[in-house]
Write a protein that binds this ligand. Structure first.
Ligand SMILES: Nc1ncnc2c1ncn2[C@@H]1O[C@H](COP(=O)(O)OP(=O)(O)OP(=O)(O)O)[C@@H](O)[C@H]1O
Ligand SMILES: [Mg+2]
Length: 251
């Protein structure tokens, strides 16, 4: 299996009030193509910080991040931004859609940052919205006129519109009820089954089940990794294997 990301002694510290806290400590991590990788760990373990470093949203303090054979820690700010737009999609707990723009315009804005061919960008946007189950009747509505689950799916469509190598998600169902949360997870699972590589941070065991590989962080270090195999709904053995792993991690 080929790696998309390999980190080497990745470290990140923050300075506050003359004090330095080391949040990520010499991490050597691999993210593989086609995987649905899950990052778990207690609050404050460094999960979001790791996601931001891996995706080039934040610069690590030291160490390297080889993303598709390129050390992205060596890129200038502008080149890193372009690299990120082309290769990474992001989904957060809040959807961060622009309220003054229609659903379709929200997607087009992301597309036009990368691709100058407007016709193609519009075609991509319509394609991805249809694939994600956002019906044409919603395309010209505004984010406040659709449900939370729909808005989160639009957020995923926006993240996928430039066909990223990796989709990063930080607690994407954290603000949703269990029914709409399940719909969002089903969407992610479907894209992963069609080859989309995903890295998702979660607190929630139901979300974690969707992954095939779980990386557990403790105080900025990898405490354990579980290879779980692809998601199979209602596979009790697989669910138990994950539960046992999490218990062994002190979750
Ligand atoms: N910009 C920052 N400045 C200072 N400290 C920070 C900053 N960002 C994160 N931290 C600290 O780094 C640690 C890890 O934060 P991080 O957000 O990565 O945790 P997390 O595992 O995502 O937690 P949660 O599950 O609560 O989202 C925390 O102690 C946090 O206070
Ligand atoms: Mg977090």
């Amino acid at each position: 299996m080929s790696s998309i990301i390999t980190t080497n002694k990745l470290s990140k510290s923050f300075k506050t009030d003359n004090r330095e806290i080391e949040v990520l400590k010499n991490l050597d991590i691999e993210i593989y193509e086609g995987d649905f990788t899950i990052i778990m760990g207690a609050s404050g373990a460094g999960k979001s910080t790791l996601l931001y470093s891996l995706s080039g949203m934040d610069k690590p303090t030291s160490g390297s991040i080889i993303f598709n054979d390129k050390d992205i820690t060596k890129l200038s700010v502008d080149n890193l931004a372009m690299f990120r737009r082309k290769n990474c999609g992001f989904v957060f707990q809040q959807n961060y859609l622009i309220d003054s723009m229609s659903i379709i315009d929200n997607i087009l804005v992301s597309g036009l940052l990368v691709n100058k061919n407007k016709k193609k960008v519009i075609e991509n946007a319509k394609n991805i919205l249809s694939k994600i189950g956002i019906n044409e009747s919603l395309w010209h509505k505004f984010p406040t006129q659709i449900s939370g689950g729909e808005a989160q799916r639009v957020g995923i469509a926006r993240a996928l519109t430039n066909n990223p190598k990796l989709l990063f998600a930080d607690e994407p169902t954290g603000a949703l009820n269990s029914k709409t949360g399940k719909e969002v997870l089903d969407t992610l699972t479907e894209f992963n089954n069609n080859g989309q590589s995903i890295v998702m941070v979660t607190h929630d065991i139901k979300s974690a089940r969707r992954g095939n590989r779980i990386i557990y962080l403790k105080d900025g270090e990898v405490a354990g990794i579980l290879d779980l195999g692809k998601y199979i709904p209602d596979d009790k053995k697989r669910h138990e294997k994950l539960s046992e792993f999490l218990v062994s991690m002190g979750w």
